[in-house]
Design a protein around this ligand. Structure first.
Ligand code: ADP
Ligand code: MN
Length: 454
């Protein structure tokens, strides 16, 4: 609800002046803004004995709330700037002192000092310097100009802030990323970016219609998924261990700044997808990589992404089919792509065109990664559990699945011993690296595909 003000009550129905209308809207905005500020203030302070004040951030300040123009006149200078809210008892007559010591409110020096002091009322982020300490005297004219400027700055920053909030609504894409996306649209590579499919902790995924390719040999799919890796780093910190321990990135990791590390995740996903593509595993096809933005083919149709395996109800026949397909894909992934998915579960498998598609492989590692086998075991556990619960009688348990995928033959029947043996294998491999500078040959190693675009 908007408080009634002089401009928005019934009396003033003149709509001929655009300036007036704009001012009315601004005032309405300012009042709402202040009301919101007060609510926030109240919420933050609660019953606390110590409270904070947002007074300085209010749009409607005590000294301009009753005058439509933003000018200082003699009425304003009556108030002690250090007590902006409480008018001092300046005598009505407008002067103090006696005889030749009389000082009127128009006195240049007093007025100038007060003007300087009143700059304290500007928004806190507005740098006013130390005018008071220097005994700076500002004429009304200069002060008014400064005040005007301070206010327009404040409004500008409020607008910027609004925009920022807007972009959070657009799923937290920072201006630099938006520019990147606009560039892709401008270049005609993408037709339009229609909207957001998913916001995760580490990425935001958009849908887009593909455009025309600059080169003939590269076909851009009619529908694309754009995965934007978040440049806010918090969530990525606990992922360090994946990439730090991945020897492919060993030399680079130490020299990188956080922004580059994010790009490396995107790059990693691209490489891993390319490997999978080459092995014929159903997965998104890489279209282009630009910094932390990865464009790939869209799994789904008409802007509707394919459902995750956890969200579809499959017939028992399809369920069985899906299971065998996944078993097959995990083996391919391991043997042909030299990869362990490392986040494989019903959340990262899509059901589309009667088959399962693997996605989300930025965290995938090679089997010789110091934790590679543990990660594979975790993947196996997720898959086994999902299909056993889903009623696939043929589904191997996690230990059998692990052996089937890795081609290793780890025998213990209980989980604890099994895991201990996995870790012992990993350790052995690491020791071998320490002594011989390369991984054991039980793991094949193909090279990375070339970097697509940077
Ligand atoms: P996150 O790391 O946030 O889990 P994902 O790569 O799993 O990132 O993407 C998040 C979601 O976005 C997925 O669960 C899926 O619904 C959707 N998605 C991602 N890539 C595609 C794609 N190529 N086609 C269709 N949907 C996709
Ligand atoms: Mn995911």
């Amino acid at each position: 609800s908007v408080a009634e003000g002089p401009f928005i009550t019934g009396e003033n129905t003149d709509t001929s002046s655009d300036l007036m209308l704009a001012q009315m809207l601004q005032m309405e905005f300012d009042r709402e803004y202040d009301a919101q500020l007060r609510r926030e203030e109240k919420k933050i302070n609660g019953d606390s004995k110590v409270s904070i004040s947002f007074e300085n951030y209010r749009k409607v300040h005590p000294y301009d709330s009753d005058s439509s123009e933003d000018e200082v006149d003699w009425q304003d200078t009556r108030h002690d700037p250090y007590r902006a809210d409480k008018p001092t008892t300046t005598p009505r007559k407008g002067f103090i002192g006696k005889g030749k010591d009389i000082t009127t409110k128009h006195d240049e020096v007093v007025c100038g000092r007060k003007n300087t002091a009143r700059m304290e009322n500007f928004a806190p982020e507005f740098q006013v310097g130390d005018g008071i300490g220097m005994d700076l005297k500002l004429s009304n004219q200069v002060f008014n100009a400064l005040k005007q400027h301070a206010y327009s700055e404040e409004r500008r920053s409020a607008r910027l802030h609004e925009k920022k909030e807007h972009s959070t609504a657009e799923k937290a894409v920072d201006p630099k990323t938006r520019l990147l996306l606009y560039k892709m649209v401008n270049a005609g590579m993408l037709e339009t970016i229609t909207g957001c499919i998913s916001t995760g902790k580490e990425s935001v995924v958009f849908h887009a219609y593909g455009g025309k390719s600059a080169t003939e040999d590269k076909v851009i799919p009619p529908e694309c998924a754009i995965k934007v890796f978040k440049t806010t780093l918090n969530e990525f910190k606990n992922r360090d261990k994946y990439i730090k321990d991945d020897y492919r990135f060993k030399d680079r990791f130490s020299k990188l700044n956080p922004r580059k590390i994010i790009r490396m995740w995107a790059e990693k996903e691209m490489h891993n997808l390319t490997r999978m593509q080459n092995a014929g595993i159903p997965c998104p096809r890489v279209v282009i990589l630009k910094k932390h933005v990865l464009v790939m083919s869209f799994i789904g149709q008409d802007q509707v992404p394919a459902p995750k395996l956890k969200d579809v109800t499959l017939s028992s026949e399809d369920m069985k089919k899906a299971y065998y397909q996944i078993l097959n894909m995990m083996q391919q992934l391991y043997k042909e792509c030299n990869l362990v998915h490392a986040d494989l579960s019903e959340y990262n498998m899509l059901w589309h065109d009667g088959k399962v598609w693997l996605i989300d492989v930025s965290q995938s590692v090679e089997p010789t990664h110091p934790h590679g086998l543990e990660l594979l075991f975790r993947d196996c556990r997720n898959v086994s559990q999902f299909f056993q619960k889903g009623g696939v009688a043929e589904a191997l348990n996690e230990r059998e699945l692990f052996n089937a995928v890795s081609g290793l033959n780890i025998t213990p029947e209980n989980e604890v011993d099994f895991q201990a043996e996995i870790e012992a294998l990993e350790k052995m491999n690491e020791d071998h690296v320490q002594n011989h500078g390369k991984k054991l040959s039980m793991f094949s190693s193909d090279g990375d595909p070339p970097i697509y675009d940077e």
